[in-house]
Ligand binder design. Structure first.
Ligand code: RB5
Length: 152
């Protein structure tokens, strides 16, 4: 599995921890920044990571900003992205089982390092259940396609 990861300045410390974790897990990881403590705009990094997932350059993405809200909003604007803000373990598990989330978002100012690592481990090791949930994801896809084709 290959993962793209990105954050803004508010998520950079947690991003470093998660890049190390992915290395320990022997998961290929593409770090798309930010790389320094300067204030940056989360949409730039949210778009980069989500685009790579959407285009199939990587299998999944991980995004971190202060709360996780901004990155979630951005990621879910990109076609094919099902981003879920998971600041707890139950949500991380359900976002895979029911939503087949392909982008994990974490609030770097909300979640501590150890919990964040456990969220990532859970999210990466939980498979989509399919079945009735596939029908629901198909409906989301149809909504996305309608708006891409026809706009508002
Ligand atoms: C940056 O200060 C903060 O607004 C950002 O990291 C994020 O929390 C936005 O949703």
């Amino acid at each position: 599995m290959k993962i793209a990861i990105g954050s803004d300045h508010a998520g950079i410390d947690l991003k470093k921890e998660l890049v190390s974790l992915l290395g320990e897990m022997k998961i290929e990881c593409l770090d798309l920044g930010t790389n320094g403590p300067q204030s940056v705009d989360y949409p730039d990094f949210g778009e980069r990571v989500s685009r790579d997932v959407s285009e199939g350059k990587v299998d999944r993405g991980i995004l971190i900003c202060g709360t996780g809200i901004g990155m979630s909003i951005v990621a879910n604007k990109i076609p094919n992205i099902r981003a879920s803000l998971c600041n707890d373990l139950f949500t991380a598990k359900m976002s895979r089982l029911h939503n087949d989330a392909n982008v994990l978002v974490i609030g770097g100012r909300i979640v501590g390092r150890d919990l964040a690592k456990e969220i990532v481990r859970t999210w990466l090791s939980t498979e989509f259940e399919g079945g009735r949930h596939s029908n629901r994801l198909n409906k989301i896809k149809l909504i996305e396609e309608r708006f891409i084709k026809h706009g508002l």
